[in-house]
Design a protein around this ligand. Structure first.
Ligand SMILES: C[S@@+](CC[C@H](N)C(=O)[O-])C[C@H]1O[C@@H](n2cnc3c(N)ncnc32)[C@H](O)[C@@H]1O
Length: 309
């Protein structure tokens, strides 16, 4: 299935694109948002798209027809955005987008091991050259480490029971396919819980995937790095897909925009430094019913943005 960009108009509108500006896309994916950004740029405009996934880079390179701006697609972790921009001799940027998580190309390809709906190798790496696979996590982490992982990153109520089941099962033979992991999960949760609130495997798969790709560890730092590259008036917009991500985005943006002027009845202290950023969204922007009906994967999306003053 092709990737349908989520909150496309909202995300691109909030960036308030300057036709000759420089824009960083931290998560190139299917080049959906990216292409929409490029379409608003003229021949002086620049777009830099980053992705960990080689397939995303290759796909985007074939999709630049009709664009006037300069496009650069770079295989990189968004944590390394400073290095990428420095190498391209780019100082400030006029806007930045991060559309977190996975693309449909990744989810729908059973060979990538992200899907609990189809059998495939237990991989889950966004970067096919990454050192850690889901198979390693599932077969080598201790029962306690697995329980903690499923509980924290999957918010899984039956984390302890699933972790126990994984350890028991792997003593009999390696858990090396997605179908084997699904079967362990299903055998270690109550039948009544299996299909309540979506597929029961979704939470465990989410947790393992977050671990494999270090998805939450560097997010806040990467957002701060991107924000520090913004020129005056530039916006950073982030679309998150689950509460763990959204919490980090919200907290990071709150840190960037915090007004700490002490007692309102007293004059501002002489060393007072006003925040460099202001919120560009008061509350998160979410997809409407129409978008959710057309693209159910958009249902949990939340878009937040801040602007550099
Ligand atoms: C939801 S998709 C982006 C879709 C894109 N906005 C579009 O409209 O086609 C997220 C993409 O971010 C990439 N990604 C996730 N974490 C990353 C990271 N730390 N560094 C670079 N790319 C990352 C994934 O490989 C995936 O292709």
């Amino acid at each position: 299935m092709a990737h349908i960009p989520v909150l496309l108009k909202e995300a691109v509108d909030i960036l308030d694109i300057k036709p000759s500006g420089t824009y960083l896309d931290m998560t190139l994916g299917g080049f959906g948002h990216g292409r929409a950004i490029c379409e608003r740029l003229n021949e002086d405009g620049r777009y830099i798209g980053l992705d960990l996934d080689d397939d995303a880079i290759k796909r985007a390179e074939a999709l630049t027809g009709g664009l006037r701006c300069e496009t650069r697609f770079v295989k990189s972790d968004y944590c390394d955005l400073d290095k990428v921009l420095d190498e391209l001799d780019i100082g400030k940027i006029d806007g930045c987008l991060a559309d977190l998580g996975l693309s449909s190309f990744q989810i729908d390809d059973p060979k990538r091991g992200f899907s609990y709906m189809e059998d495939g190798p237990l991989d889950m790496r966004m970067d096919p050259e990454g050192a850690l696979t889901a198979e390693t996590v599932v077969n080598t982490y201790s029962e306690e480490a697995l329980r903690k992982l499923l509980s924290e990153y999957g918010e899984e109520r039956y984390a302890a029971s699933i972790a126990r089941g994984i350890v028991r099962e792997r003593a009999r033979g390696r858990i090396d396919t997605t179908a084997k992991l699904v079967s362990v999960i299903e055998n270690n949760i109550p039948a009544s819980y299996r299909y309540r609130g979506g597929n029961a495997s979704a939470r465990t798969f989410q947790a393992v995937r977050i671990e494999v790709n270090g998805e939450l560890v560097n997010l806040s730092g990467a957002i701060e790095k991107a924000a520090s590259r913004l020129d005056h008036g530039g916006v950073i917009a982030v679309i998150s897909f689950h509460s763990l991500e959204d919490r980090i985005v919200k907290k990071t943006f709150a840190g960037l925009t915090r007004v700490d002027d002490g007692d309102k009845n007293l004059p501002l202290p002489t060393d007072y430094v006003a925040p460099e950023y202001v919120p560009a969204t008061r509350s998160p922007i979410t997809p409407g019913d129409e978008e959710i009906a057309a693209n159910p994967r958009s249902r949990s999306a939340r878009l937040r943005a801040v602007r550099k003053k």
